[in-house]
Design a protein. Sequence first.
Length: 275
Amino acid sequence: MTLEQKTKKIKSLILEMDSALVAFSGGVDSTLVLALAHEVLGKKALAVTAQSASMPDREMKACHQLAKEIGVKHLVVKTEEMSNPNYRANPANRCYHCKTELYSSLKKVAQQENILNILNGTNTDDLGDYRPGLDSAREQGVRSPLVEAEFNKQEVRELSRKMELSVWDKPAMACLSSRIPYGQPVTPEKLAMIEQSEDLLLALGFTQVRVRHLGTLARIELDKNEIPRYQNDKSVQKAVEEKLKALGFNNVVLDPEGYRMGNLNSALLEYKDRV
């Protein structure tokens, strides 16, 4: 199908739903789903964002701004995945426990608001990566209209650009817990260290940023095009190293290979062998 045909299909799918709650993270995927739901369903579309220790404050602020731009009603619910020992232990299926908490919370909101459908922003490219959260979505009847209409990531960005959504080219974002290797416990302290470290790098003008929490070591991943700037600007290196060490890291290194989506998944087989 062409992009135009897929756009017609997803609008038709959403229209048939009558009402929809969108799990809204502020990323390009869920923003597109929300904008389409608002366009098709009007006041029967609702955005709901989960607030937890694994979501940076900057992303919560971005969600509020995006919902305002779109003109849709926006609610925030506090999720308690950190109270689940299965989540804190950071097993290979950590995302399953997180999404189960998320969708359970969203179901309660949907019932209160008399909304029949819960939607997420999963696209077809997501199906090829290891994403245990998708199992939770299937179990709880959450729909993925981008998958149903066969949108890949490139098409999501293209339609978002055509619809003039401000996040059409926003870099991929994952929860802060994804910066901690599987098998190493997730704690509020670690998440705070990661958030503040990434906030600094973003404030310095870097756009695609990950700070991996490897015990006392912070490993920085940047877009490959931005690596030379970090390597060549000694003042930037000094500022970053001083800040990260003040936060509690003993050593700071730059990953020469740069940011790769699902990077920690590459260590998954090794982790499974150990456990």
